[in-house]
Design a protein around this ligand. Structure first.
Ligand code: SAM
Length: 286
């Protein structure tokens, strides 16, 4: 078995299988052992853990995960990588590769079947185009998740971690912070990947809250309000909400809720903390 995580062996495997990188699948493979060790360490993976890896590529991080975890399931969309994974993971009997689009996989069923429904760990060097949908799917679908440790575009990691007052603050920040505690644990430059991406990357760990930090009567409605207020970032919160045809609140209701919070009618949504969105949503959605 070839040990991956360095440029020579990555090139050797790619040549052996005449593998052609697919840009549409966001294929940038890790070639730095320090980064790989750091991800697995920060994910806190132990021999008790069941780990879901999204997008194993040629199996680089999968090898590290197989060493650290009890069991690994790796979901890879590109069928050209399946024979390669069979080769690079041949020495491990604690891994299953599924050739599927992660967005079509019933992760809750996997957790039920493979981990008795107990919380799983998700670890991935994510294809950047599905970062937001996959995180939201993991949180919103009720999959039992302990933590998600993922490599994402640096800018997206910043968006997840930031609060009001930053240009990066938005619906993703609030959604992530409602469900989890985000911590950027490493910044990773382009030269740690093959081929090199154009942007910098970061590893962020999202540790799921046992209980959300705020009390909300209706989560879905709160997130609809959040999305509406960031859709029109430069408008007032009131305009953002009243201009969204899917939201049934009158101007009077919005103004009354803001007054109850001692806020002016002209307040912008981008200044609201998660607590304020929760209070506002609870005042509107009774
Ligand atoms: N984990 C490997 C590594 O670190 O070297 C590869 C990471 S690469 C950034 C992303 C991987 O995700 C690619 O192998 C790509 O084919 C796969 N991928 C892209 N979209 C996917 C999807 N919707 N479902 C599952 N895998 C996907």
């Amino acid at each position: 078995m070839v040990t991956l995580g360095n440029p020579q062996n990555t090139i050797a495997i790619i040549n052996k299988y005449d593998f052609v990188f697919q840009k549409r699948f966001g294929q940038n493979f890790l070639i730095d052992t320090h980064v790989l060790e750091k991800i697995v360490r920060e994910a806190g993976v132990t021999k008790d853990d069941f780990v879901l890896e999204i997008g194993p590529g040629i199996g680089t991080m999968t090898q590290y995960l197989c060493e650290a975890a009890r069991e690994v399931i790796a979901v890879e969309i590109d069928h050209a990588l399946i024979p390669i994974l069979r080769d690079t993971l041949s020495e491990y009997d604690n891994v299953t590769v599924i050739n599927e689009d992660i967005l079509k996989v019933d992760i809750a069923a996997i957790a039920r079947e493979k981990n008795d429904g107990k919380p799983i760990k998700v670890v991935a060097n994510l294809p950047y185009y599905i970062t937001t949908p996959i995180i939201m799917a993991l949180f919103e679908s009720g999959v039992p998740v302990d933590s998600i440790t993922i490599m994402v575009q640096k800018e997206v990691a910043d968006r997840m971690q930031t609060g009001p007052g930053s240009k990066d603050y938005g619906a993703l920040s609030l959604a992530v912070q409602y469900y989890a505690k985000p911590e950027i644990v490493a910044n990773v430059p382009p030269n740690c990947f093959m081929p090199r991406p154009k942007v910098g990357s970061a590893v962020i760990r999202l540790t799921r809250h046992a209980q959300p930090p705020v009390d909300v009567h209706d989560e879905k409605k709160m997130f609809a309000l959040i999305r509406a207020s960031f859709n029109q970032r430069r408008k007032t919160l009131q305009n953002g909400i009243n201009n969204d045809p899917s939201l049934p609140y009158s101007k009077e209701q919005v103004v009354a809720a803001l007054r109850a919070m001692n806020l002016p009618e002209t307040v912008r949504g981008e200044t609201f903390t998660l607590e304020q969105f929760a209070t506002f949503s609870n005042l509107l959605v009774r």
